[in-house]
Ligand binder design. Structure first.
Ligand code: ZN
Length: 159
């Protein structure tokens, strides 16, 4: 069975920067389980998996535009300190914050008396990424999975 929209794909992956240093890997953990064609993973990787099958090894280099996007200066922002409540803030710290677009990571750049400079760029924005993927399993999605837009079952989405 080949990977196409509305298939559920299980795979192991390792993610590298272009200099060869490893960012993360699923080896030694459960494989990642995704519903293909629903944007569960970055576009460049989804494209690379299209048409592949269980047992295939896929290596792909993904430019920022097809990964986490380019870095944007518009995402460097100054926000009132009171938005963070009593949280202790330090430069370099990563936080998850709730916004109107959902939960987003931010990095604290500078902490002032009443304002905090933060970076809303995704930590991997602007990076060219190399993936090595081993496809474990490909199956048809259930109607419920397609309706929800994500895979269910062991190692997959939990409600
Ligand atoms: Zn669901």
């Amino acid at each position: 069975m080949n990977i196409e929209r509305n298939k559920v794909v299980s795979f192991h992956y390792s993610l590298f920067e272009t200099d060869g240093s490893q960012i993360e890997s699923s080896q030694g953990r459960d494989p990642l389980v995704i519903l293909h064609g629903h944007g569960n993973i970055i576009p460049g990787l989804e494209k690379a998996l299209e048409g592949k099958a269980a047992g295939d090894h896929v290596e792909v280099t993904v430019e920022p535009a097809d990964a986490y996007g380019e870095r944007s200066d518009a995402l460097l922002q100054r926000v009132p300190k009171k938005h963070f409540g009593n949280a202790k803030l330090e430069p370099g710290q990563m936080l998850m914050v709730q916004t109107q677009q959902g939960s987003r990571p931010l990095k604290v750049l500078k902490v002032g008396m009443s304002v905090v400079d933060v970076d809303f760029n995704h930590p991997m924005a602007g990076k060219t990424l190399r993936f090595e993927v081993d496809i474990q399993d490909v199956r048809d999605a259930s109607e419920e999975e397609i309706a929800h837009g994500h895979a269910h079952g062991p190692n997959a989405h939990a409600h």
